[in-house]
Design a protein around this ligand. Structure first.
Ligand code: C5P
Length: 301
């Protein structure tokens, strides 16, 4: 499943510039468990991740003959080497020993930020896919995902997309069959959560309940949406909900209008629901939009 097209030789002044286009798709965590702290300071996790149809658009001009630039239509996004998309381009050129006379990366942002939806990682993964395709696929898709782990924990999954079991810090990705068709509603409340602080809180407490990954994998293998819904669980959810009771309000709206599962994604603060019919999703969306500007309907991709 790939999303890019290439437009070659667009004329800009006297120069011919190649523009690459690629979709950068958000993820949600159907499950998320935090295991031990590693010597590198990160934690091992186990998570079933799912790509969803909320996306940023990435455009890359290659061989611009000018210094690298990054432009984003949303304020507050870093526009230099701190942006994971920039970092991804750097590691791609280092690893493949390809060269360019200059890059311009343009990002149209739709994935909410600080949401636990992997927006920055999705952008980085899209840059890796687009450059790899443009330069004649010097790296296999698995090698590209491995390279992504140098950029960020969620990047390997975002390179591969679909439904997958993700382990280690995020570098071990095992593809699973696509989850059955359904609708997601995703609501991003106004507050944000600090990911490092959340990991620290988890370290300082005992985790009372964990996802059952065997059951979740069996449900996905069987294509059983009801069983998938039963096994959705994120260990961060109760920790964040304790401090932000608003998440319970969002979940209660989901629950009252036909959702079969509701849970926070990643380290938050977005909360998603699984809904079987688009009509229910639309009703939920209308209800929540009264209080939340950032509500989306999405499909599994
Ligand atoms: O992956 P990201 O850079 O968003 O992570 C931010 C912080 O969250 C890390 O610096 C680390 O403190 C913590 N983290 C962790 N284990 C992970 C992912 C993140 O401890 N698997």
């Amino acid at each position: 499943m790939f999303f890019g097209i290439i437009v070659v030789n667009k004329k800009k002044g006297s120069k011919h510039i190649t523009t690459l286009y690629e979709g950068a798709f958000a993820k949600i965590n159907l499950t998320l468990d935090v295991l031990d702290k590693r010597p590198d300071g990160y934690h091992d996790i186990q998570s079933v991740m799912q790509t969803i149809s909320i996306r940023d658009d990435i455009e890359i001009d290659v061989d611009t003959g000018k210094p690298w630039t990054l432009i984003c239509d949303k304020e507050g996004v870093p526009t230099d080497h701190r942006n994971l998309a920039w970092k991804a381009a750097e590691v791609f050129f280092e690893q493949t020993r390809r060269q360019t006379t200059g890059l311009e990366i343009r990002i149209t942002k739709r994935i909410p930020m600080e949401a636990g939806m992997g927006g920055g990682s999705a952008d980085a993964a899209a840059v890796l896919r687009a450059l790899n395709r443009h330069y004649g696929e010097p790296l296999s898709i698995m090698a590209l995902a491995e390279l992504g782990s140098l950029v960020g924990s969620d990047v390997p999954f975002c390179v591969l997309c679909g439904t997958a079991m993700v382990e280690g810090r995020g570098e071990r990705v095992r593809k699973l069959p696509d989850m059955p068709d359904c609708c997601f509603v995703v609501c991003k409340p106004d507050f944000s959560v600090s990911t490092p602080e959340l990991y620290k809180k988890i370290d300082d407490s005992t985790i009372p309940h964990r996802p059952d990954h065997q059951k979740m994998e069996s449900a996905i293998l069987a294509g059983d949406l009801g069983k998938i819904a039963e096994n959705i669980y994120n260990v961060f959810d109760p920790v964040v909900t304790q401090e932000h009771l608003e998440l319970n309000y969002i979940k209660s709206i989901y629950n009252s209008y036909g959702s079969i599962a509701q849970q926070m994604t990643g380290s938050g603060s977005a909360v998603f629901a699984i809904v079987q019919d688009f009509e229910y999703a639309a009703v939920i969306c209308n209800m929540l939009r009264e209080n939340y500007p950032n509500v989306f309907i999405a499909k599994p991709v």
